[in-house]
Structures are given as C-alpha cells and as structure tokens.
Design a protein around this ligand. Structure first.
Ligand code: HEM
Ligand SMILES: CC(C)=CCC/C(C)=C/CC/C(C)=C/COP(=O)(O)OP(=O)(O)O
Length: 311
C-alpha cells in the first residue's frame, strides 16, 4: 500500500492520463464563455446592419472564437505556471499543480489555435481569423510577459479583452463593406471596443486590490502590489470609469448611438464612475466589492444597449 502511494507521487504528469476536467479547466471556461457572448454581440450588430445571417456562420464563428480564446488561456497557463503555483486563487490549475505537463498543454493550445483559425476562415472571414490570431498574440505575448514587470500590463491586456466583439463583427460582415450601413455600424463596434476596454480598468483594479497579497506572492507587478497605499489604483479606476462614460457620450453626440439607448447607458456608466470614486476614496472592502459587483452588472447592460441602439 505504501509502495503504491509512493509510486503515485513520483509519476510524472506525462505518464498519467489527463482527466477531462483538466482539459476543460485549461481552457479558462469562464473567460471563454464571456468572450463567446461578446463575439456573438458583434456578429449580431453586423446582421442588424444588413449582413446575411446563417446558423452555420454564427455557430462556426462562435466555435472558432471559443477555440482561439481557449488556446490563449492554455498558453497563458503554461507561461505563468510558476506564478500560478504561488497564488492561492490559481495554484490548483492543471499545469501549475503538475497534473498536465507544459508540453502536453502547449500541444493542446496549438491544436485549439489551428482549429480556431480554420473555423473562423471557413465560417467567418479571413479578417476575423487574423483579428483572433492578433488577439491571441497580444494576450500570450505582451500581456502575459509584462504582468511580472509592470502594472501597465493591465492597459495592454485590456486590448485583447475588448477585441472579441470586433472579431464577431468582422466574421459576419463579408459583403457588407461599401453599404451605407457598414460605415455607421463598424463605427459603433469600435465604440463597443472602447466601452469594453475602459470597463476593464475598474473591473480589474477592484479585483487586484482585494487580491493584492496573492498577486504579490505570485510575483506579479499589478498596480496594487507596487502601489500599497492605493492612491494610483484609485486614480486609475476613476480614470477608466470616466473614459468609459466618454465612450457612451461621444457616440450619442455624433449620432452613432440612439439617444434612448445612450441615456440608460450613460446612467450606468455614471453610477460605475461614482462607485469607482467611492473605491478610490475609501479603498475599503465594501467599496471594493461594490465596484466589482457593479462591473459585472453594467457591462451586459451597456453591451445590450449598444447592440440594439447602434445607428
Ligand atoms: C485586463 C483584463 C481582465 C482581467 C485582468 C480580469 C481578471 C479577472 C479576475 C482575476 C477575475 C476573478 C475574480 C475573483 O476570483 O474574485 C475576474 C472575474 C470576472 N471577469 Fe474579468 N478580467 C479581465 C477582463 C474581463 C473581460 C473582458 C470580461 C468579460 C467580457 C470579464 C468578465 C469577468 C466576469 C464575468 C468575472 C466574474 C465571474 C468569473 O470569475 O468568471 N473580465 N476577472
Ligand atoms: C478570441 C480570443 C483569442 C480572445 C482572448 C481574449 C482574452 C483571453 C481576453 C482576456 C482578458 C484578460 C486580460 C483576462 C485576464 O487574464 P489573466 O491572465 O490576468 O487571468 P488570470 O489571473 O486568471 O490568469
């Protein structure tokens, strides 16, 4: 019995069959789900602008985006395995915990990336595939590599975080270029990019402030780790929320977003800004939690309003 237990402990990850749950966990299913929803929103915006709707186009695009996002998440876990192993939130991840070898995970990511690009080229457009490839590169390259070095990684990571609606739009918009709708709706999609980009700043700073000890243990230079007093963290959260509000007011003023959609959107952004200001002032657990929870509520509301209110 003891000999058996010892041999269990000394088995390498490669020698043991990987459990299905670990393949699934490697794909970061929660972030992949959000990415699929926001890519679907971009696809919907293109079809509302007159692009041809097909189920094959939609499902192929969503599957291709999901596979691309999963590939990015798997590669990220290979690169960050040592940091992940030091943080309580991430130490049970499959590569960090040694249940999947970096080599197997890298192979899995490559298969997912090729599958994703194939699906996007076949059921979407080459432009959508190129944008997804660029999203993977930005996330796995600059963002992941900058995390241990500088808090500016957040502003870099917000780019791949905001690109999925643009990918969905590009996948559905074949044949749409040149039509009167195309220019207006593609402008609206870039405002959606802006909304998602700036929304992430308070979203993440609230999380990182709460988890600052964990990020410090992982050796990641998130803003709350290098700014223990929290002044810069609070200021950047307020700046992100203020720029988010500008991403609602500007398209409303230029006629890209209908006023009936812009009003509730602006109210949501203003409430988010108020909560970011309260967070910056107190930096207490209640204000931090409120800002995080508000981030989860305002994003779906604003994205839905942009999808139906874009002119
Ligand atoms: C720089 C970009 C981002 C970073 C660093 C980030 C980081 C995180 C982290 C660490 C959590 C876990 C919080 C916890 O365990 O308490 C989280 C939660 C969450 N994030 Fe983000 N996030 C980013 C972008 C996004 C984007 C683009 C979306 C949606 C499209 C999103 C949606 C969510 C949601 C819904 C949750 C709560 C539920 C869950 O954990 O899945 N995040 N985020
Ligand atoms: C279509 C496609 C390729 C989409 C990929 C987009 C993508 C992965 C966006 C994620 C945004 C982001 C920076 C999340 C945090 O990652 P993190 O590494 O800080 O999270 P962690 O701390 O949980 O590891």
């Amino acid at each position: 019995m003891q000999a058996h237990a010892a041999s269990e402990r000394t088995r390498t990850p490669a020698a043991r069959a990987v459990a299905w749950s670990d393949w699934v966990a490697l794909t970061k299913p929660r972030i992949t789900r959000m990415v699929v929803v926001t890519a679907g929103l971009g696809f919907l915006m293109a079809t509302l602008a007159g692009a041809t709707w097909t189920w094959a186009g939609l499902l192929g695009t969503l599957a291709g985006t999901a596979a691309s996002c999963a590939a990015a998440g798997v590669w990220n876990q290979v690169i960050e395995r040592e940091a992940d192993a030091r943080m309580s939130r991430t130490r049970s991840r499959p590569v960090a915990a040694g249940r999947v070898s970096p080599r197997d995970a890298t192979g899995f990511a490559a298969v997912l990336a090729v599958l994703g690009q194939g699906l996007l080229c076949t059921f979407g457009t080459p432009l959508a595939s190129a944008l997804a490839a660029a999203t993977i590169v930005l996330y796995v390259g600059p963002y992941t590599l900058l995390k241990p070095k500088t808090p500016a990684s957040l502003w870099v990571g917000a780019v791949p975080g905001a690109l999925p609606p643009v990918i969905g739009f590009a996948a559905a918009s074949a044949g749409l270029a040149g039509t009167p709708w195309y220019g207006a709706t593609s402008a609206a999609v870039w405002w959606v990019f802006g909304v998602m980009f700036f929304w992430q700043i308070p979203h993440f700073l609230a999380i990182a402030w709460k988890l600052r000890d964990d990020y410090a243990a992982g050796g990641l230079a998130m803003l709350p780790v290098v700014d223990p007093g929290g002044r810069r963290t609070g200021r950047q959260a307020v700046a992100g929320a203020a720029l988010l509000l500008a991403c609602v007011l500007t398209p409303a003023a230029t006629g890209t977003l209908a006023v009936w959609a812009a009003v509730p959107c602006a109210l949501a952004a203003a409430a988010y800004l108020g909560l970011a200001a309260a967070f910056a002032k107190g930096l207490d657990p209640v204000a931090t939690r409120r800002l995080f929870l508000a981030s989860l509520a305002v994003l779906p509301l604003m994205l839905a309003l942009f999808a139906v209110g874009a002119l």
